[in-house]
Design a protein around this ligand. Structure first.
Ligand SMILES: *Cc1c(COP(=O)(O)O)cnc(C)c1O
Length: 399
């Protein structure tokens, strides 16, 4: 229970969950676009960004788009998802992972989460294929920058001839067995949204090793113009291409990806140490096989250290108790002291919009992690001293 006797001071400047951090190179590339009038959807920043991302990830092709969501939409389209067709999707994730399936008329079937990495459970996926053996596409996200159990999931997909669409929006730079996330599916996505590990202010990318697919995505993203003297259209088009100005920002951030990851990891380790004697755990990962990008530091409260917490559709209340706490109490305390936390992504099967969709549970781990977990301030501009105060605030909630 938070003890008001403790004399804490609010942070003078808000401590963010994760906000853009610029270094200077970004401005130079933006200026270059401006100075040469390459201010639209063609230019050197775009070419260079695509090259740099291919070089970093090992993906053969990269198509720069207006957002990660646009990249996922084109990925789902490339996977050939048809109207009314079921698609297995990560359940505990941001809505943007699954909405593109619906843009194409597909029907998400949500597969539950496992506790080891907080990602799609291989057991749930196996059972999903028993229930719906005809499913051909699986949309797999790596939550908070932590790679999923890729080998297990891929083996199941291969056995059933299903294509993986990988949502690596949060995990750019994270590796699994030494290989970058965003290269394990046939069609993959990363994001340069403002709060991700690096940013273009917005933007995203489709990654694939399939040359024809990359060409198609490029064409679709620029209104599907055929090679003709006039605007000739044979396919549906989209205005999804990234701007050369945005590409300049993302290009300028690329050299700092490793530095951002190192800082995020240090934040994670500091929390871990600071909470060592509290009844909580940090968001887990497979230390043997994976190296996350530590995009967000999260914690989960032990079951017997949870005070009462009641969540409605859009409201919440909790019942303070000595020696116990809950995500709501911690988030409200952080907010009171001008620090930003966030609940865990509310699982898609619990969202009213997807109330009619099928869900393959696995002990309801997703709902449980959502109930007991939260995201902590993880901004890389947070100073160690400030983080120590965040840790003290969280500790005070358990007094
Ligand atoms: C941010 C995010 C997206 C979407 O990326 P945008 O660039 O914001 O469209 C998709 N999936 C996940 C898991 C994300 O966190």
């Amino acid at each position: 229970m938070f003890n008001p006797e403790n004399k804490f001071e609010a942070f003078e400047n808000r401590l963010w969950l994760s906000s853009p951090t610029m270094h200077g190179d970004e401005l130079e590339y933006m200026k270059e676009a401006y100075g040469t009038n390459w201010m639209s959807t063609v230019g050197k920043n775009l070419d260079e960004l695509e090259r740099l991302v291919c070089e970093k990830t090992g993906s053969k092709y990269a198509v720069a788009l207006s957002s990660g969501t646009a990249a996922l939409h084109l990925a789902v389209k490339l996977a050939g998802v048809k109207r009314g067709e079921k698609v297995f999707c990560t359940d505990m994730t941001f809505g943007a992972t699954v909405n593109p399936v619906v843009y194409e008329g597909g029907v998400p079937v949500f597969t539950d989460t496992e506790y080891d990495t907080w990602n799609m459970s291989p057991d749930a996926l196996e059972r999903a294929f028993e229930l719906y053996p005809d499913v051909k596409t699986v949309v797999l996200a790596h939550l908070y920058g932590t790679p999923a159990k890729i080998d297990e999931l891929r083996e199941i997909c291969d056995k059933h001839g299903a294509v993986i669409v990988e949502d690596a929006a949060e995990s750019f730079g994270a590796t699994y067995k030494g290989r970058q996330t965003g290269t394990f599916g046939r069609y993959n996505c990363i994001s340069f949204n403002g709060n991700k590990i690096i940013t273009g202010s917005s933007g995203g990318m489709l990654l694939t090793d399939d040359e024809a697919a990359a060409q198609k995505a490029r064409k679709w993203s620029t209104q599907s113009r055929e090679n003709a003297p006039w605007y000739q259209h044979e396919e549906l088009g989209y205005n999804y291409r990234m701007s050369n100005v945005i590409a300049g920002v993302a290009r300028g951030q690329m050299p700092y990806l490793a530095e951002h990851i190192a800082k995020k990891k240090a934040i994670y380790e500091r929390y871990k140490k600071g909470f060592a004697d509290l009844p909580v755990r940090m968001n887990p990962y497979d230390k043997k096989n994976s190296e996350p990008n530590f995009w967000l530091s999260c914690m989960i409260i032990d079951k017997d250290a949870m005070c009462g917490q009641k969540r409605g559709d859009c409201d919440v209340e909790y019942f303070p108790e000595h020696g116990k706490s809950c995500p709501t109490e911690i988030l409200e305390t952080l907010a009171k002291y001008n620090a930003e936390g966030r609940p865990i992504w509310k699982p898609m099967h619990m969202q009213p919009i997807y109330g009619g969709n099928a869900f393959v549970p696995e002990g309801d781990a997703g709902a449980d992690i959502f109930y007991r977990g939260l995201c902590l301030p993880s901004d890389i501009k947070m100073m160690p001293k400030q983080q120590e105060r965040v840790i003290e605030l969280v500790r005070a909630c358990f007094e």
